[in-house]
Write a protein that binds this ligand. Structure first.
Ligand code: PLP
Length: 441
């Protein structure tokens, strides 16, 4: 049976209505809020997004990894509606509600952390990262934090300080938060290897700060914005050992990797290493703003009363959505599905790597995969322009792609995990055709 075509293009891209709204956007919206793709959304379901000109795209960006259960999942919409009609807000720390407690219970049971686990909820990934560090500082009574080269943890001041890339995020914003130290992250394509990266961290303890001053090491189990670099298992095990040796809290930032994206509910499960704190956001609530910190009860209970909180933290509608997201992940087997999507995408990416010299690397865990573009295989000099050209060509053909990487030379997969086999094949064919146009030119 012929695969149904999901992509349907009725105008040139961008179409006239998208163009007009984006012109208005340029006049009314502050310039730093750049829009990466030249279309304006009208509605979206599953993996398909239709723009205001009636063009339907397959969306591999999914709001930057927020829609693992897809756009507008009926069960999630129903849960949101039900809660919306009951009440939208009380401030949980003034009047409590059950969805908050139930979500804490369910996520506590799912977190790859043994012993009693407690939770706190927030709005954005950055806010949850900030709070994880507060928990670690108030538990250890130490000032320092270690983050890695290539890390992305958000844009608020502490999260921004933990974020590695100076431009565009940090330029002109200093001074940043003190007592943040940076160490190399392993990269199987470019180096360093895990041993070298761990040695650099040990050296940091010798040359820059004593480990007794460090409250937390903050790790992305697979770097997201930094270029979809999975942490090698021996590196994560080495970090756990260092944290145990020195009483440092290991914080796993699973904002992008969580909720089945890598083929496990949480990416830390790939390594058989338990973090002390786990930061979650993005796909937790299928698009409503919600984030959280899960962690060992001993750490989570350490701060004094009201040391963490906020008016909107743990919105009940978002939490009702999150409970439905967990049901969908479980009932629709999305961890298994992420693994099978990953196998299909990986084999196509490896074929592209064999065919095209500028496709230097293909990597990632489960359905969190990327290809990296280089000018040539020997120098491995980054080729961000090629990545941009492929993204642009794919958009013109109906596939929405997103770049990643410190040098912007990777293209990543963050498609909803509810994608059908036919949609996946169609999207990969469009990606392949776009590569052929750009790389054969
Ligand atoms: N941590 C990671 C690993 C992320 O990928 C991001 C966002 O991309 C953040 C934190 C920040 O999340 P937010 O944009 O919700 O503040």
């Amino acid at each position: 049976m012929a695969a149904t075509r999901s992509i349907e293009l009725r105008t040139e891209i961008p179409g006239p209505r998208s163009r007009e709204i984006l012109e208005r956007k340029a006049r009314a919206v502050a310039d730093p809020l750049v829009v990466l793709l030249p279309i304006v959304a009208q509605e979206a379901h599953g993996v398909r997004l239709t723009d205001v000109d009636g063009n339907t795209f397959i969306d591999f960006t999914a709001g930057v990894g927020v829609l693992n259960v897809g756009y507008s999942h009926p069960r999630v919409l129903e849960a949101m509606r039900e809660q919306l009609e009951r009440f939208v807000h009380t401030d949980f720390t003034v009047v409590a509600y059950e969805p908050y407690v139930e979500l804490a219970e369910r996520l506590g049971a799912l977190a790859p952390i043994s012993g009693p686990v407690k939770a706190g909820f927030f709005n954005s990934g950055a806010e949850a990262v900030e709070n994880a560090v507060k928990w670690a500082k108030l538990y250890t009574r130490r000032p320092g934090v270690i983050a890695f080269e290539g890390a992305f943890h958000g844009r608020t001041y502490l999260a921004l300080t933990l974020t590695s890339k100076p431009h565009p995020y940090k330029t002109g914003l200093g001074p940043l938060v003190p007592e943040v130290y940076r160490s190399p992250f392993p990269n199987t394509y470019r180096g360093p290897d895990s041993l070298t990266a761990l040695a650099a961290l040990e050296r940091l303890f010798l040359t820059q700060v004593s480990p007794q001053q460090i409250a937390a090491i903050v790790l992305e189990p697979q770097q997201g914005e930094g270029g979809f670099l999975p942490a090698p298992p021996e590196f994560v095990r080495g970090l756990r050992r260092i944290c145990d040796d020195h009483g440092i809290v290991l914080v796993a930032d699973e904002v992008q990797t969580g909720f089945a994206r890598t083929g496990r509910m949480f990416a830390m499960e790939h390594f058989d290493v338990e973090p002390d704190l786990l930061v979650i956001a993005k796909s937790i609530a299928a698009g409503l703003p919600l984030s959280g910190v899960l962690g060992r009860a001993e750490i989570m209970d350490a701060p004094h009363e009201a040391a963490v909180g906020g008016t909107y933290v743990g919105n009940p509608v978002a939490q009702a959505a999150a409970l439905a997201v967990l049901d969908v992940i479980e009932d629709e087997g999305l961890c298994d599905r992420a693994r099978s999507i990953g196998e299909v995408v990986r084999s196509r990416m490896e074929a592209w790597q064999r065919t095209y010299a500028p496709v230097g690397d293909a990597r990632g865990l489960g359905a969190m995969l990327a290809i990296e573009f280089v000018q040539d295989r020997d120098s491995k000099a980054p080729a961000p322009d090629l990545a941009t050209a492929v993204v642009d060509e794919a958009a013109r053909r109906g596939l929405l792609l997103l770049k990643a990487g410190l040098e912007g030379n990777c293209i990543r997969v963050l498609c909803p995990l509810v994608i059908s086999d036919a949609e996946l094949d169609e999207a990969l064919d469009v990606w392949e055709a776009s590569l052929a146009v750009v790389l054969s030119a």
